[in-house]
Design a protein around this ligand. Structure first.
Ligand code: SG7
Ligand code: ZN
Length: 264
């Protein structure tokens, strides 16, 4: 498989065969967040611009692997995060989702052995590296913020409505559409409790360049809303059609790493 043609139905071994793949290395993501964690006294997160993104040219796209909301390159730099134990400021570039074949799976990270139905990733690069392409050459180049969603007893999440409604217009790979939403609409209001470890991108080539934060607060989404993600297609309209029925990587071994929590 080439870098562009990998899929979630491939075996782990086939991701390892991709040229320059790090997918078989020793600091991979996602992981299970275990019961036993080490306390670290991180400062609170400080978010700038996540609730005021109307002018940032947001577009939602089907990239064949996920539904992703990209910030227009001309607006990158206005939406950033610091604190939370991060060494420096990280600039947001996009967010995307991971889901499962049913509501009992879907999240990439598991929490004490359990999946949630959906996981949101907000991807950032370290401001001091200047560009994403430079940042991915460094082991602290990216900061991905991960947020869980559950369908348990959940009503429709009104904040997700603009995104869910847009999915009908990006059915096929490569389709994209402008969207009026704020990243803060998709993030929980409470970001006080979180987990931290060092890992990788969860897709090929699985580069070990990510400072991971997984937030403890679980957001809600209805089952009907999640179903709309499963109706997206991996391919273009004129290709053989398979739904993106699921798009989470299995958890990887923690090996010599520590997972931290910011509360006691
Ligand atoms: C998704 O996950 C996409 C990728 C992303 C990858 O397939 O969102 O982004 C682009 C630009 O296609 O890769 C470098 C990057 O953000 C892995 O991201 S993740 O580790 O947060 N799941
Ligand atoms: Zn992701």
């Amino acid at each position: 498989a080439s870098e562009s043609s990998w899929s979630y139905t491939d075996s782990a071994e086939s991701w390892n065969m991709i040229p320059n793949s790090k997918c078989g290395d020793k600091r991979q993501s996602p992981i299970n967040i275990p019961w036993e964690l080490e306390y670290s006294n991180y400062s609170p997160f400080e978010f700038t611009g996540y609730d005021d993104m109307q002018a940032y040219g947001l577009r939602v796209e089907n990239n064949g692997h996920t539904a992703q909301i990209n910030i227009d390159p001309s607006s990158i730099g206005h939406t950033k995060v610091s604190g939370g134990g991060l060494a420096g400021t990280y600039i947001a570039i996009q967010l995307h989702f991971h889901w499962g074949r049913n509501d009992l799976e879907g999240s990439e990270h598991t929490f004490r052995g359990h999946h949630h139905a959906l996981e949101l990733h907000v991807v950032h690069f370290k401001e001091s590296y200047g560009t994403v392409s430079e940042a991915v050459k460094h082991d602290d180049g990216l900061a991905v913020l991960g947020f869980f969603f559950t369908t348990n007893d959940a009503e429709e999440n009104e904040n997700l409505k603009p995104l869910i409604d847009s999915l009908d217009t990006i059915t096929f790979q490569g389709q994209n559409k402008s969207i009026d939403i704020n990243f803060s609409d998709l993030m929980p209001t409470s970001t006080t409790h979180f987990y931290r470890y060092r890992g990788s991108l969860t897709t090929p080539t699985c580069d070990e360049v990510v400072v991971w934060t997984i937030f403890d607060h679980v957001n809600t989404i209805s089952s009907a809303q999640i179903k709309k993600f499963r109706e997206l297609y991996e391919g273009k309209a004129n290709e053989v059609r398979h739904h993106i029925a699921w798009n989470y990587r299995p958890t990887q071994s923690l090996l010599h790493r520590t997972v931290y929590k910011n509360y006691q």
